[in-house]
Structures are given as structure tokens and as C-alpha cells.
Design a protein around this ligand. Structure first.
Ligand SMILES: [Zn+2]
Length: 317
């Protein structure tokens, strides 16, 4: 239909929750008061070696033991434990990772692949049924290199409309959705919030990034920030697979506010047109073919303008 749909790869289909910026931010905010100042007095249950590579399990445990957490943070989809000695434990939740806090005597369940015992009697459990998560113990220099590889933080004051426009223009031939998923372009967005932001902005996911007008970029910038801020306020998205939980097992509440993600085949909440699902950059992409314009217009039947209830007027140039 669009000609550029990539060969399907075995990745998650729509409706599967994967932690993105709001879920990692929610987890960091919950854990910060519980972990800040705490020493790591035990490292156990490391039953999946790739989780801590390139360290061996023994080497990782020895290197982390005795470390004291100075503060928590987040960069993109990485949750960061800043240690007092300058090292950083960067935790990527992968597709199904979650960090839960329990009393130390609570036994780890079968999906727990790391337990960090804290000096206050609690323990941090890293659970990850699909095993794509990673815990990387980095020197300050290694963390700086990771920070440089990642694009800007979308909620940072320095992430302006101009910055977004520059990032899109630098890869003007790329499909818009593929760029939004590229962590080097923008850090923290994944499939859920990229789809939601594009719907809110009324932009077609297959549209070449260089084709956006300044008004389009302004709407996209606003939509990205709005959807992320609302999702953080709702403590993230927990879908029926319940992959994402935080704290001691709390669900995020944003799922009920998803407008397109995981809703292919159902009516668009804005215009009633059946929402479509296509593959793009190996991922499932949900969108409204009527509200989200701009890609391969010649393939679409001609439609009257003002037919789709955009929230803001679109300037067509
Ligand atoms: Zn629509």
C-alpha cells in the first residue's frame, strides 16, 4: 500500500507495552527516595548472564557490592543510579523490564534476574520476562559517552521547536515515525508515544521528515511534550499484558487515554474512520489515514479539507 513497508521482523505487535520515557521516569521518581543514600550490600539472583555483560555475574556483583547510591535519574529510556564514587548503573528496561522494591526476605519470582540488597532491609528486584533488559555498570567516562550518543531530552527546556526542526531536516528523507523512534535523534520515545504524538499532531507516520512545514513541526513539538507530560502525570501506561509496573507493583493509568496505539481496526476517536496498522522500521504503527495526512497523498482518495477535526488549523503550503 505504501510501498516502503519493511520486511516484518519478529518484534512486539501493537498492544504490547514496552517501557518508554514516562514509564522510566515514573520508576525513577518512585525509587529515588528509597534508593538515594543507600548502600548496596548484596547482589544476587543473577541467573541471566547477558543482563550484566560485559561483566561476568561474579565480576558484576563484586564491582557493585558496597557501592552507595548518590541519586537517581533518567536519560532517554535509561534509568540511572549515580553512585557516590562517580560510576553509573544504567538500567535499560528492554521490552518488559520492571524494578520493584520489596523487603529483603521476599523471594524473587521466576522472572527476576537481579536482586540488589540495600542497607535499610529492602531489596530492588529487576524482573524481565522477555529478557531484553540490561544493567550496565559504567565509569563516569563511559556514561558521558552514552549521554553524547543520545538525542535531546524532549521535556528539557533546551529542546525547542528549532532543535526538533534541525533534527528532522538532518534526515529529511527518513520516515517521520522512524526518526521519532531513533534514540540518537530524540531520546525516550518508543512505539506508544510516537504513535500518540503523531496522531495528536495530525501527521502521517510515513511522511518524509523533510516535508514538514514550520507549523507541522510546531504542532509535533507540542504534541510530543504534551503526551509525555500527561503520561508521566498518569504514571505511565500499563496494558493488559501488565508488563509495566513500578514500585511495589503499581499500574500506570495512561492506557485508557491512548487514542491510536493498539487500536487498529477500531474507529478513530476524532473522525470515526477505521484506524490502520502498518509496519514501519520493523515496528507496528497505528494511525488514522484520514486525520494524519501528508504521505503519498496520491495514493489516497481525494478528501475535502477540514474533514478531520484537527485541533489546530493546518497551513498547507
Ligand atoms: Zn481520524
Amino acid at each position: 500500500m505504501y510501498g516502503l513497508v519493511e520486511k516484518p521482523r519478529p518484534v512486539a505487535a501493537g498492544g504490547v507495552s514496552m517501557p518508554e520515557l514516562p514509564e522510566v521516569e515514573t520508576t525513577a521518581r518512585f525509587l529515588r527516595p528509597h534508593l538515594s543514600g543507600r548502600a548496596i550490600v548484596g547482589v544476587r539472583a543473577l541467573d541471566y548472564p547477558p543482563l550484566v555483560a560485559p561483566y561476568s555475574r561474579e565480576g558484576f556483583a563484586a564491582a557493585l557490592l558496597g557501592g552507595r547510591v548518590r541519586d537517581l535519574g533518567r536519560r532517554g529510556k535509561h534509568l540511572l543510579l549515580f553512585l557516590e564514587d562517580g560510576r553509573v548503573l544504567a538500567i535499560h528496561l528492554g521490552m518488559s523490564g520492571r524494578l520493584l522494591l520489596f523487603p529483603r526476605e521476599t523471594p524473587p519470582d521466576r522472572h527476576t534476574h537481579a536482586v540488589l540488597d540495600l542497607d535499610d532491609g529492602n531489596a530492588l528486584h529487576f524482573g524481565d520476562p522477555r529478557k531484553f533488559g540490561r544493567m550496565r555498570l559504567l565509569s563516569a567516562e563511559e556514561y558521558a559517552a552514552l549521554d553524547r550518543r543520545l538525542g535531546p531530552e524532549p521535556l528539557s527546556p533546551t529542546f525547542t521547536v528549532q532543535v526538533l526542526a534541525q533534527r528532522l531536516q538532518a534526515r529529511s528523507q527518513a520516515r517521520l515515525k522512524a526518526l521519532l523512534l531513533d534514540q540518537r535523534i530524540l531520546a525516550g520515545l518508543g512505539n506508544i508515544y510516537a504513535d500518540e504524538a503523531l496522531f495528536r499532531a495530525g501527521l502521517h507516520p510515513f511522511r518524509p521528515a523533510g516535508s514538514l512545514t514550520p507549523e507541522d513541526v510546531g504542532r509535533l513539538h507540542q504534541a510530543i511534550r504534551e503526551v509525555l507530560e500527561e503520561a508521566i502525570a498518569a504514571e505511565g501506561t500499563t496494558l493488559p499484558d501488565r508488563a509495566f509496573r513500578f514500585g511495589t507493583g503499581t499500574d500506570g493509568r495512561f492506557a485508557v487515554r491512548l487514542q491510536v496505539y493498539g487500536r487498529a481496526g477500531r474507529p478513530c476517536p476524532r473522525c470515526g474512520t477505521t484506524l490502520r496498522r502498518e509496519r514501519l522500521a520493523g515496528r507496528s504503527t497505528c494511525f488514522c489515514p484520514r486525520c494524519q495526512k501528508g504521505a503519498f497523498e496520491e495514493d489516497e482518495p481525494k478528501r475535502k479539507s477540514k474533514s478531520c477535526g484537527q485541533r489546530t488549523p493546518v497551513v498547507v503550503k
